[in-house]
Design a protein around this ligand. Structure first.
Ligand SMILES: N[C@H](CCC[C@H](N)C(=O)O)C(=O)O
Length: 288
């Protein structure tokens, strides 16, 4: 006999179309949260989202965030979700301060709420990029992984060569420059690269085209989700990879399918700052 439905209040939000179910909770997470994330993120049988995000109390920061991908896996960081939960906190929990701190699995991030309600922008200090091969992680023991060759292909099909630059923003990314990202078959090559054995914890795969020294276009095959309309940590990784490859300046506008982010790898503190929108969509109750 199934128990009573689990009534869970949530708020649907997105960061440039990368959408989340946000749950603000006072206490610990429910049991089997990965199974819940997989069910609730299903776009036919659940609410539908790229991820399930909890806003929780913290004794080291203003609040803490935990995020679960649509496949139920728990990543170390999520840039678009940090902007969403920071806006949620500022507008629904405490608008005392516009400078906040958020505890995440990747460390404590400093966040600034900018603009007014109508054109709210959120800036996040995403911390320094991690470039050492084994720390990203990849299986490559090198100080940096730049334009590294990999071959991928399905059974019986000709193997396809890619060269990637590895960057971690707390979560692993492989950045690949292609001629025309709009025409690129992301759904064909994304999953093969995501699951390539060179990435011990899989990887988010960013395909980019460089427009100029301060603009690039990006599409992303996200680990544990698939192609999303935007990826904040992926935009940071793409800027870092493009700068160390000598393709852009340290500050770029990243054009994503769902909108634009300003990414700035500051020389002053070596940290990557990401600025972009965070949007409320609706409030609801999940009936379990
Ligand atoms: N799928 C990612 C987590 C979400 C990252 C993305 N949505 C962002 O905005 O940074 C991973 O498994 O590392």
């Amino acid at each position: 006999m199934a128990g009573p439905p689990m009534m869970m209040k949530f708020t649907k939000m997105h960061g440039l179309g990368n959408d989340f179910i946000v749950v603000a909770k006072e206490q610990a997470l429910p049991d089997q949260v990965s199974i819940l994330a997989n069910r609730i993120c299903d776009r036919n049988f659940g609410i539908g989202a790229d991820g399930l995000v909890y806003l929780l109390p913290s004794d080291q920061a203003d609040f803490s965030m935990r995020i679960f991908n649509a496949d139920g896996s728990e990543p170390e960081q999520c840039g678009n979700a940090v902007r969403c939960v920071a806006r949620y906190y500022f507008e629904r929990i405490s608008s005392e301060k516009r400078e906040l701190t958020v505890e995440t699995k990747a460390g404590i991030q400093r966040v600034w709420i900018e603009g007014d309600t109508e054109d709210r922008q959120v800036r996040v200090n995403m911390g320094p990029p991690i470039l050492a091969g084994l720390a990203i992680p990849t299986r490559i023991d090198a100080e940096r992984v730049v334009d590294h060759s990999v071959w991928v292909g399905t059974e019986g099909e000709e193997q396809q060569h890619f060269s990637f630059t590895g960057v971690s923003m707390g979560n692993p990314h492989a950045v690949i420059e292609v001629k025309n990202v709009e025409q690129f078959p992301v759904a064909k090559w994304g999953p093969l690269l995501e699951n390539h054995p060179i990435f011990p914890r899989k990887a988010n795969i960013e395909f980019i085209s460089i427009r100029s020294e301060d603009e690039l276009e990006m599409r992303v095959w996200e680990r544990g989700v698939g192609e999303t309309l935007a990826c904040g940590t992926g935009a940071c990784a793409s800027l870092v990879a493009s700068y160390i490859r000598g393709r852009t300046d340290r500050r770029v506008k990243v054009h994503l399918r769902g909108g634009e982010l300003i990414i700035d790898w500051k020389e002053t503190d070596g940290c990557v700052h990401m600025t972009g929108a965070a949007t409320f969509v609706f409030d609801g109750v999940w009936l379990g």
